[in-house]
Design a protein around this ligand. Sequence first.
Ligand code: GTR
Length: 357
Amino acid sequence: MSEKNRSERSEVPPLLQTISGRAVTDREIWEKYRRPEILSLYEDHVYGRNLLDSGEVHFAEVQRRTPEIGEGETEITVQMSVRGVSFPFYITLPAGADRNHPVSALMWPDFAFGPDQVTGIVLRQHVAAIRFPVKEAAADGPEAKQTGLFTVCDAGKPDAWGAIGLWAWCCGQILGYAKTREELRPDRISIAGHSRGGKTALWSFAENSGFHACLSLNSGCGGASLFRHKNEQYEDVKRITERFPYWFAGRLSEYADREAYLPVDQHMLIALAAPRPVYVVSGTEDIWSDPDGELASEVLASPVWRLYGREGLVLPENPEPGKAYESGRAAYFRRIGGHMFTEEDWVRFIRFAGREE
Ligand code: GTR
């Protein structure tokens, strides 16, 4: 690699400067110019543009039952339909939640890698669980674009959304519905996800300012970690777009081994969370997801919280694995372990998001 190439790679695009070169010195300039500009760069180059219209989405409550979790919970099945394609999601209310006692809620895109552990974890914190099984909205495989909602939109263009964009859009639509439910606090609906779910959650959080807080668990490449932070052991644009081309806009693959030319990097995705609370969890042994790149994104994004008079990520000089840094509005925890999550990760986030400020 030439010297020039190496230094280009280490430099991420400036966060607080517009494309036209204007310095972003306050939240007005951030909100009016820089934030929309960054969102649009992500649509063009990474996740793709929305192909469906919110006006076409319909919801119907189709079932109510008592799940076998604890005592007194209620699971509500809601059917979402767009242009004749329908799929369910599930809202499970903790015991005692009703219109007179509305509760916070946590939504997550569920990739069904195993039995659902998350609903129980969330309910034990007296928070409503909103589980969205993504596969009926669009399959999570090379056949994705021949399935679900992809069959009713034209996904052929290089900036058309990939599956992450489509799932993230669904999460945003579900958020709109959840805000109308009287058992839920409309200002306290958060989103979370692990791995590919973490990438989806971060992008949906960026696009939908109505979410309260976001948890990214081991989201790695295309999620919290910096594209330009390269190392043979990490997933990068080339590897991810060869293995999972259907997750992204077709254009992302043009940056394989050319990350220096991407007009964004993932500190900008984290910055789109501001001024809301965001929590990034990495695993000490989850090297493929690049824990250092995930931490670097949050550090580099933090000046945007400061535009709002808040702290982003607050770290000591030598942050330690196994310790959580949660005093700012951007939190970070490097759990000891690999590419997985624990109940503790979710509980930490739920407490962090639940702070009344
Ligand atoms: C990995 C993949 C990641 C990540 C993960 C997952 O193998 O390379 O980008 O998202 O899988 O979703 O489990």
